[in-house]
Design a protein around this ligand. Sequence first.
Ligand code: GAF
Length: 383
Amino acid sequence: MNVADRATAGFRQRYGAEPAGRWAAPGRVNLIGEHTDYNDGFVLPFALPLRTVVAAAPAPDGRWTVWSELDDEPVEFGAAEADEPGRVDGWAAYVAGVVWALRADGHDVPGARLAVASDVPVGSGLSSSAAIESAVLAALVDLGGLDLPAGRWPRLAQRAENDYVGAPTGIMDQSAVIRGRAGHALFLDCRTEEVEQIPFDLDGAGLAVLVIDSRAPHRHADGEYAARRKSCEQAAATLGVTALRDVDVTDLDAALARLDDDETRRRVRHVVTENQRVLDTVALLRAGRVRDTGPLLTASHASMRDDFEITVPEIDTAVEAALSAGAYGARMTGGGFGGCVLALVDAGAADAVAAAVTEAYAERGFTAPGTLTVLPAGGVTRL
Ligand code: GAF
């Protein structure tokens, strides 16, 4: 059964009624621009064809009940729990967080029954959290006829994650999931939230993006993410700028000379050079030179590995094996410490590259990776 039918079937079975509608939101990969979003910088993600679907209907008692195919037991909560971050936890916190963020923004959020099904793997760094947040947000806005222009959705969904769930993430994932467009990558200025849809015609170029799920166990990802963010903010304060976005790559050496420890210098160098790599990638894509972006992807990976120190052996192995098998470029995508790698490959070579990565994993005794080729898809929508 496809994901939309699973959501509908789950709704019928759980609530004995028909849903009023179904809303779908995709996962995402980030083509380039990692850990730049919370530094007010640039990112270039795209939405995936894998989606989370929420089937929903209003609940006259004004409470929220959520069932997910990942969990037999539904979770139920009312305004008191939604208004106090932390009261609902686990996967349902992403749903309660959206209710919280909408209420905090002054909306009269309708009670609802929801059933969630998803093809976005959880914990793989493909933003299953932004997908559920965005699909639930779309459902509640529609069901309640709320006056909330779509341009404000990413910030609101981010607030659900930052302030209710308690993860200090940036604006990239929700933006990609909400604003993504088929056949395009989303060039986002995370300071102004201005976007440009950049044509990303893989088919036309005879190319494919191979996504490799490293299946690496997450190693302290939350604490390490927060630590990276803090060190960037402290460096910006030391340098007297609002955010590291304000350090131009041409002034990098002078900025580094003003920092007194080597680790902070490396963190800053990653962010400043990564912002420039996003701009360079966008320039190449605008010129239709998709294949030529490969070296920038690989340079981004080296910077994450050596300067930002957020990769793990499984991830580095996947990148190296993909490059040895002929990928034009490869990099980890997402927050790090596990998750996925993307590789830019000739469309006809995707299977061979996937096989080479699988073989390299077997040689090192790693759990076999997952592989799939993807094309940029559209953002959140009502089905
Ligand atoms: C995670 C976060 F949610 C994003 O905001 C971003 O910081 C990313 O890690 C790293 O680029 O996906």
